[in-house]
Design a protein around this ligand. Sequence first.
Ligand SMILES: Cc1cc2nc3c(=O)[nH]c(=O)nc-3n(C[C@H](O)[C@H](O)[C@H](O)COP(=O)(O)O)c2cc1C
Length: 150
Amino acid sequence: MGNIAMIYASVHHGNTKKAVDYLSTKISATVVDVTKEKAFDVSEYDTVIFASGIYFGQFHKSILEYIETVDVLGKNVILLYTCGIKVQDYAKKLKKILEQKGATVLGDCYCRGFDTYGFLAKIGGIAKNHPNEKDLEKIYSSIQQMCKVE
Ligand SMILES: Cc1cc2nc3c(=O)[nH]c(=O)nc-3n(C[C@H](O)[C@H](O)[C@H](O)COP(=O)(O)O)c2cc1C
């Protein structure tokens, strides 16, 4: 895997940050909040994990904008997202963009995350208590498999 950067956006309930924090206890990586650090230099990293909540069917705008400007040619990329409910493959579009930019997308993984957007607040939200410990372990194990690390 080489040098790893985890570049994330987590603006709703910190659900994605929970996953990023968990992973950073398991793997050695530089962690970057791309909503704050928009010009992070990724050149010295071999593997980049892009992590985000899903907002209106997409990764966060700050991740999308960052990916537009950044050189990912030859880099290994993993996509991680948390979403209220998976009704489609939220990583598909971004995966294509990254591949067109010359990145090797090793895979994607996700878990549900507490969602109180809009009318959902009125019913107490969905995916309450997610990500939980089991979700986080599953994400870590998916990433291990993608990287074929023991
Ligand atoms: C403005 C907004 C739009 C959202 N749109 C979707 C969506 O299209 N599909 C979905 O499954 N979840 C959607 N969600 C739920 C979030 O993806 C989910 O709560 C996620 O875990 C948030 O991650 P975060 O806490 O790291 O920001 C939306 C949430 C917000 C606030």
